[in-house]
Design a protein around this ligand. Structure first.
Ligand code: AGP
Length: 617
């Protein structure tokens, strides 16, 4: 949700803020705005639509201001209008505020401020907070040695219920920015004679790689030369400066038309990064450096509970099949948002594992916190070093897939399912998986980057198929066993970037209702890996064909087991170890969704209503 940027330093702020917003636009793109601390007060420009609109509107901004904040919005409270765009300004024109999150008690705060003479222009919860800060500022006497701006922000936040990541300017304090977080991410960029703050590193990665991740309940005060972090209760915090582990070039589009395409084709590299240094040949197993849990303790784990959202939840479903198959540990999978409130009874020897590309999804973060509150040991698989989930879990595995900018998750997903296959190997070799079986899995998993490249070599063929099906308005995706989650993922990919209605089902489930949807206007995508249920899947395909339903079949079976005329279109992927198949079968559905969305002229990297990281519940 929402992208926030703040800059204070020696250079003109406006251009730096706009560049930062462009890099954060994948987080939300309903409207954008900026505020700069000019000599005669605060200059604020804000516009509905993409950052490009704001860049045009800001063309005349004075380049004298060296302090500013900016925001690109994913609307929560209030329609998408210029007035509702951030930054919001207090009615006394003293403060400008950008906010990511939801203030649950904003109506009470708004009423309080109105009773004290503050007026409102917008429909947002954020405007209540900026006026409350102004109220405390007016009420707060000058206190020796205390920064009145900082004190007013702190006092106002003590009354807020809900979540926030905020950056604020005060007209009386030029050259200063105050930021604070509770539930929505904020990271400080420590530069040379300049300091930055943003929702994520990509906003300023080109200016510094020294960062400080704010924790919930922390407040930061920035000037060009200094930064000071305290808790909201004004207790000192000793900040840790971390080094970002990737370069700005990795977040650039390069020669690709869309980030989604770039990230689909980056998968061989991303998957290589996931396995690098993580196999033990002499023990025929996987090895992870950051689990922070003793192997003997893992032996006593008798259930795994996976929690996540969206595509990451599909990765959990793949994990369930692979870990139960190879490690023989019972696995449960829960939507993170459901786990938090379902209050399911759990055995004390349950290990809770969350998966999150961004490491900031609030539903997943709160599920992690709920598990920890109940005393469960936790692990996390995440792609963003220093993300909130990475910092709050007991242990975990970094994906090292590089920044994923496209809203539709691709390389992060295949990286996640590869890592869960490696977890299945690791847990299995702690139990009953033999040395030989372990070695077979190690050898198979090492081949994944190369096999993925082979599937990507079929991109042009898949593009031709996509053109044939781009105008259909309904799709079914059907697979059995570990291909069922891939069917769900295929449906989600198509839905979220082409706006076509698509559903994923276990293939056998068709007969129990969904087959009523089958017609010449409703294509079905089948996953038919070589293996024990291939013949069953072939029967399911024939049931659909008998009802004139068009069929696209992705298969690793040879032609003598799955003939060319079985389906309208066939995409063949290399035959591979059972633990590797989900990855190879994912690539074609990513490409199919991408090329269909392009054919329909959809906004592939910024699909309507979506955002890359969902930090509101
Ligand atoms: C996937 O294509 C979607 N963008 C969405 O479902 C995403 O997977 C979900 O929001 C979880 O995000 P996370 O992995 O960053 O937690």
């Amino acid at each position: 949700m929402c992208g926030i940027v703040g800059y204070v330093g020696k250079q003109a702020a406006c251009g730096i803020l706009l560049e930062g917003l462009k890099r954060l636009e994948y987080r939300g793109y309903d409207s954008a705005g900026l505020a700069i601390g000019a000599k005669d007060g605060l200059d604020v420009i804000k516009k509905v639509g993409r950052v490009e609109n704001l860049i045009r509107a800001a063309a005349g901004v004075k380049e004298t201001a060296h302090t500013g904040i900016a925001h690109t919005r994913w609307a929560t409270h209030g329609r998408v209008t210029d007035i509702n765009a951030h930054p919001h300004v207090s009615s006394d024109h003293k403060f400008a505020l950008c906010h990511n999150g939801v203030i649950e008690n904003y109506l009470a705060i708004k009423k309080f401020c109105e009773n004290h003479g503050y007026t409102f222009q917008s429909e947002t919860d954020t405007e209540a907070l900026v006026n409350l800060i102004a109220y405390h500022y007016q009420k707060e006497p000058e206190a020796a040695g205390k920064n009145r701006f900082l004190t007013a922000v702190r006092k106002a936040l003590l009354h807020v219920e809900g979540t926030y990541g905020i950056v604020a300017l005060c007209a009386d304090y030029p050259g200063e920015i105050v930021g604070a977080r509770k539930g929505s991410p904020l990271v400080v960029g420590v530069g040379n004679g300049e300091n930055m703050i943003a929702s994520d590193i990509s906003a300023f990665i080109g200016r510094t790689q020294n960062v400080i991740y704010l924790d919930d309940g922390q407040v930061v005060h920035l000037t060009a030369e200094d930064f000071d972090i305290t808790t909201i209760a004004d207790e000192a915090v000793d900040p840790v400066i971390a080094k970002v582990d990737w370069e700005i070039e990795q977040a650039e589009l390069g020669h690709f038309t869309h980030y989604m395409a770039k990230e689909i084709f980056e998968q061989p590299v991303a998957l290589e990064n996931a396995i690098r240094g993580r196999f033990s040949d002499d023990q025929s197993t996987a090895k992870f450096g950051g689990l922070n849990i003793d192997p003997l303790q893992l032996r006593h784990v008798d259930r795994l509970l996976f929690c996540a959202c969206g595509t990451a939840w599909h990765a959990c479903l793949v994990a369930e099949y692979l870990i139960e198959r190879f490690a023989r540990i019972p696995v449960e999978v829960e939507y993170a948002s459901e786990f938090r409130y379902r209050n399911a009874p759990l055995d004390k020897n349950t290990l809770v594992i969350v998966i999150s590309q961004s490491g900031e999804t609030i539903d997943t973060l709160e599920a992690l916190r709920e598990a920890k509150r109940k005393g469960f040991r936790t692990l996390a698989i995440t792609n963003v070093v220093g993300s909130t989930i990475a910092r709050e879990t007991d242990g975990g595995i970094y994906q090292h897939a590089g920044p994923e900018i496209g809203v539709a998750s691709t390389k992060a997903f295949t990286s996640q399912i590869l890592l869960t296959a490696m977890m299945a190997l690791y847990f299995g070799r702690l139990r009953d998986l033999s040395f030989t079986e372990g070695r077979e899995m190690v050898e198979a998993l090492r081949l994944v980057p190369g096999l993925t490249s082979q599937v990507l070599d079929q991109a042009d063929k898949i593009k031709v198929i996509a053109k044939k099906y781009a105008q259909f308005e309904d799709f079914l995706f059907l697979g059995r066993q570990a291909m069922f989650p891939i069917a769900l993922e295929g449906a989600l990919k198509l839905k979220e970037i082409s706006y076509i209605h698509a559903e994923g089902y276990p293939a056998a489930e068709m007969k129990h209702g969904p087959i009523a949807l089958v017609s010449p206007e409703c294509p079905s995508v089948f996953f038919a890996p070589r293996g024990e249920v291939l013949k069953k899947v072939i029967s399911n395909i024939q049931e659909i064909r008998a009802r004139k339903g068009p069929v696209i079949c992705i298969t690793s079976a040879p032609r003598d087991e799955l003939p060319e005329d079985l389906a309208n279109d066939i995409i063949r992927v290399p035959d591979a170890h059972e633990a590797v198949q989900p990855i190879l079968f994912t690539i074609p559905i990513q490409l199919l969704a991408y090329y269909i969305a392009c054919e329909r002229n959809c906004d592939v990297d910024k699909p309507r209503n979506l955002a890359k990281s969902v930090t509101v519940e």
